[in-house]
Design a protein around this ligand. Sequence first.
Ligand code: KG4
Ligand code: ZN
Length: 313
Amino acid sequence: MKILAIESSCDEFSVGVIENGKILCNVVSSQIEDHKQFGGVVPELAARLHVENLNWVLNEVKEQINLDWATIDRVAYTAHPGLLGSLIIGKMVAQTIGMYLNKPVVGLDHIEGHIFASAINNTFTYPALALIVSGGHTQIELVRSPNDFEIIGSTIDDAIGESYDKVARVLGFNYPGGAEIDKRAQLGQPTYQLPLAKNDQSYDFSYSGLKTAAINLLHNLQQKQAPIDVNNFCASFQKAATEVIQMKFERAIKEFKPTTLTVGGGVSANSKIREMILQLGQQYHITNTIIPQFEYCTDNGAMMAQLAFEKFK
Ligand code: KG4
Ligand code: ZN
């Protein structure tokens, strides 16, 4: 069973191929440099650049694995959620390939793809408890099988990655600045006071309050021309952003008793989040605690290929 999968939900156009459960390739075209000047992703530009990039990505896939198109058994693509224009490009490419090869085409969920990124070179047991932290999402999901997902909790406003990127912008970091905050946080101490958002008994999250509090504090200090210890500020923000996740994820472990613990999405590259998942896995004796390889944290075709394979299996 050979599956070719396309991911195009935001500013990456990516194609991954999986054969009998083994990822053969993962080619990603990133538009970060194109959107940097605007401080965020411009949807119209993202879709137009997908059209420009899709040819070389497909050619690169063909070259890397010496692909004979006729050997593809099915085609998968990210159907939702995402930027509409970006999603449509991926769907059209998938359907064109499927029609040409006369093979089935399946539309998949992007978040489910992020969850199964860590199943690449690993095996999930069920139920699995997954934390999804990205530029667009903050969720806890209970996975009973690759075809049975339950959202336990979700953000009621901004996503964690979005708040990282907005705060990073005020600190003068390049877009997307999440990784830079993480790098600086590891060099500092959490000396600034920032609120813990939605510190309650629900499994939901909120990041707009923390984002606004952090930005207001920075603006205040900048106006007073007071010195800002950037490393300490980043450490304080990182602590506030991850502490509520830790509390809620731990409570979910106790309630749902998963046999697999995992994390996915761009922010799963974050040092504090990775450390936290591994530590919780150890504390609750969940031997199947898996964090994704860095290349599969941000949007990529391989995770969609893995998801398509797991669903097919
Ligand atoms: O999953 P992704 O590529 O796109 C969405 O589906 O949203 O996630 C991108 C997000 C960005 O907000 C970026 O700043 C964040 O992941 N990110 C990080 C780190 N690396 C990437 N945030 C915090 N710490 C990191 N190390
Ligand atoms: Zn994503």
